[in-house]
Design a binder for this molecule. Structure first.
Ligand SMILES: N[C@@H](CCC(=O)N[C@@H](CS)C(=O)NCC(=O)O)C(=O)O
Length: 311
């Protein structure tokens, strides 16, 4: 794990000490949009998506690529599940970089900006024409996928409809802070009180979700929206990884009747199951964070049947 400083790679773990033992996520730096009249117009075959199957943020982008019929227009590369002293790495095919044969993800960031300072994260939406990063923020990438290529694909499904945008934004806000990023705040905390603070916020937000799902099928009401897919990628990893490795162990998702039904329903949505690669998920977390799991042993269980029918 590391970061680039003025274009130089440094192998360095997160600095939690300056925040009282708290993990604070940095802001993504490439935030361009895809628009017909801008520098990055929608074109078939022009853009490439770099992901890790392990990463919940990259997973959102992969799901939206499926939901929005973008597979034949935007190719994907998947990094090796282990993220060690060189950060995300490529390996032998199919875990390679077919565009530039890079060994490490940070080399791609340096192609975009040779003086880049910051973390080297996935997902990355890459422009092959200009040889640069369009956007490395999953929240932006899923909105780009939601609408920017509609003319090309003919797929008008809308996961961020106008009349629900304000509601979706409000839900995203607490789901992001207390759940999506909340599990990381628990797992990467280096002081007891920082961990407990994140743990309480996490389970209070999960209880809130459980109550909402008692009244309605989806987070924003009757319609499946972006807010659900953003939550899904955390929930699907929860029992297998976060519960043990990140010590988020008050309850498992299978112990919440409404959330357990909901996560199965989303998992069984056409095209989604194949984006969930549990082997990469477990190998990555248990194998990459040596400060948390020095032996890098990957637990064998649990057995979770996401295909159990949704009544
Ligand atoms: N805000 C970013 C976060 C992406 C992110 O942090 N990805 C993790 C993998 S799960 C990563 O690449 N971490 C590498 C690092 O922090 O050095 C997004 O949503 O796209």
């Amino acid at each position: 794990m590391g970061l680039l400083v003025d274009g130089e790679w440094h192998d360095k773990w997160y600095d939690t000490e300056k925040h009282g033992g708290r993990f604070v996520r940095s802001e993504s730096q490439f935030r361009n949009q895809i628009t017909a009249d801008g520098d990055f117009p929608p074109e078939s075959g022009r853009y490439h998506l770099y992901v890790s199957y392990a990463c919940p943020w990259a997973h959102r982008a992969l799901i939206f690529r499926k939901l929005k019929s973008l597979e034949e227009h935007i190719d994907v590369s998947v990094v090796h599940p282990l993220m060690l002293e060189n950060g995300w790495e490529f390996g032998d095919a199919p875990l390679n970089d077919p565009l530039y044969q890079n060994d490490f993800m940070y080399q791609l960031y340096l192609q975009a900006d040779k003086n880049y300072s910051g973390r080297v994260t996935v997902p990355v939406l890459w422009d092959k024409k200009q040889g640069t990063i369009v956007n490395n923020e999953s929240a932006d990438i899923i909105r780009i996928f939601n609408s920017a290529f509609n003319e090309l694909t003919g797929n008008d499904d809308d996961y961020y409809p106008d009349d629900l945008q304000q509601h979706i934004d409000e839900v995203n806000d607490w789901v992001y802070n207390d759940i999506n990023n909340g599990v990381y705040k628990c797992g990467f905390a280096t002081q007891q009180d920082a961990y407990e603070e994140a743990f309480e916020a996490l389970f209070s937000a999960l209880n809130r979700v459980e109550k909402i799902l008692e009244q309605q099928p989806f987070l924003a009401g009757e319609r499946l929206t972006e807010a659900d897919w953003r939550l899904f990628t955390t929930l699907v990893r929860f029992d297998a990884v976060y519960y043990g490795h990140f010590k988020t162990n008050q309850q498992r998702i299978v112990d919440y009747p409404n959330m357990w039904r909901y996560v199965r329903r989303l998992y069984q949505h056409p095209g989604v199951a194949e984006t969930v690669v549990m082997d990469h998920i477990k190998t990555h977390y248990y194998g990459s964070h040596k400060t948390i799991n020095p032996t890098q042993i990957v637990p064998v269980g649990p057995d979770i049947d996401f295909l159990q029918p949704v009544e």
